[in-house]
Design a protein around this ligand. Structure first.
Ligand SMILES: [Zn+2]
Ligand SMILES: [Zn+2]
Length: 117
């Protein structure tokens, strides 16, 4: 689970990490004798890092919205439901969130303390 940062911190982190990886990958490729491909490989590495960070940030935003029972998509109040695990039936508990406003639905396996063991 990624650490929670405010959006500005995510952007700053994204810029720094992306630039750092571009430089690192370009240098490595030059070092290994792929001078021609170095900038391209650097760009690919930077794109992967940027994409990964963007996904983490999106996940972070979603977790934060769900924690306060707000829809991550439209910010309306969201309904939450927990299905307990049942011995011989459902092995893990299931937590689900549903937004009446925009139809956003999310289900995650979650075994709570009251789930049957
Ligand atoms: Zn439960
Ligand atoms: Zn919604």
């Amino acid at each position: 689970m990624p650490v929670r940062y405010p959006t500005a911190a995510w952007i700053a982190l994204g810029v720094v990490a992306t630039a750092a990886w571009f430089v690192t990958a370009t240098r490595l490729m030059r070092l290994w004798g792929f001078s021609d491909a170095a900038p391209a490989i650097g760009l690919i590495a930077a794109a992967i890092v940027a994409l990964t960070l963007w996904r983490w940030a999106a996940m972070d935003r979603q977790q934060r919205a769900l924690a306060v029972l707000r829809c991550p998509r439209c910010a309306e109040a969201i309904e939450t439901q927990h299905e307990h695990a049942r011995p011989g039936g459902v092995e893990t508990g299931l937590q689900s969130w549903a937004c009446q406003q925009c139809g956003y639905v999310l289900s995650e396996p979650l075994t709570c303390t009251e789930c049957a063991v």
